[in-house]
Design a protein around this ligand. Sequence first.
Ligand code: GAL
Ligand code: CA
Length: 334
Amino acid sequence: MRSAKQRISSALILAVGASMLVGCELPEKNTQVKSIKIGVTLYDQYDAFLSELMEDFNTYAAAKEEETGIAINVEVYNASQSQATQNNQVEAMAQDGCDIICVNLVDRTDPTTVIDLAEKNDIPVIFFNRELVEEDLERWDKLYYVGAKAFESGMMEGQIAAAAFLQDPSVDRNQDGVYQYVVLEGEPGHQDAIVRTEYSVKTLTDQGIRVQKLTEVSGNWEESRGKELTEQALKRYGRRVEVIICNNDAMANGASEAIQEAGRVVGKDICLVGVDGLRSTVTAVRDGNVTGTVLNDYHGQAKKAAEVLMKLVDGEHVETEYLIDHVKISGNGQ
Ligand code: GAL
Ligand code: CA
């Protein structure tokens, strides 16, 4: 088992000296900072997408370190899907003298304790990936959010599925002119799950495709659940399943396994789409085991988080920005 508190950048050494930041006080405009301490708490460190995002975050933080000469010490905590645990971690980070805290909220509707702790200790917070409601973000002026707008990834996912239906008549297995679909939803209440489902299906109907929902079930972003749910759907609806729309790639990877085990063939008798652009899913698209995915620009989100962080260190003004530059990745060049 990995420890809950995991140092991810052992190469980053805290330089101790007179000019080191004390506690959480970031100077107004600082040219003398030698080192900073960043605390990151993840809702679940085993989440596949966040693992890739954190890899990139470390790379960008190391690049910033090189560029600025400031030692960046990053400590990552796993909240293990418990908001109470995450609140304790934020408290520990404050006591530990973190200069900036990056929070991937467990419960995006319940950031109160985190915000109160941050304000009390005057530590800026960069929330990322799990979006809090606007009123919460406005509760203090040192709160920021970095994330993607989900509607675009949902639309692009729908476009990949639509192209498959419109270009290849055999995708309409039962030849009834209707696209029979299954949705594997992410975590209930997550902005990306709600919006991606809505926009992927809406994109199909906007393109004039008649659709019929066979089932819509939550697989909680997990590969193993994606597999189980697909097995169940294929057992229950059999050949009627023409497309499986997954809210993320981990579930699409699971679905792909179940499809192969059921003797079905992506691109021949079923269409399968996801979102995230996980490396494993991009490979599966190339191998023809997933029809397509949409890059949920984790490179851009990690880069932006690192940039916001350095601006805060410099005492610069930062505006919350959304990253919407998604990219479609599909086998048929769509
Ligand atoms: C989504 C991503 C999912 C999962 C989730 C966690 O943006 O597509 O795979 O990582 O965030 O909050
Ligand atoms: Ca059909």
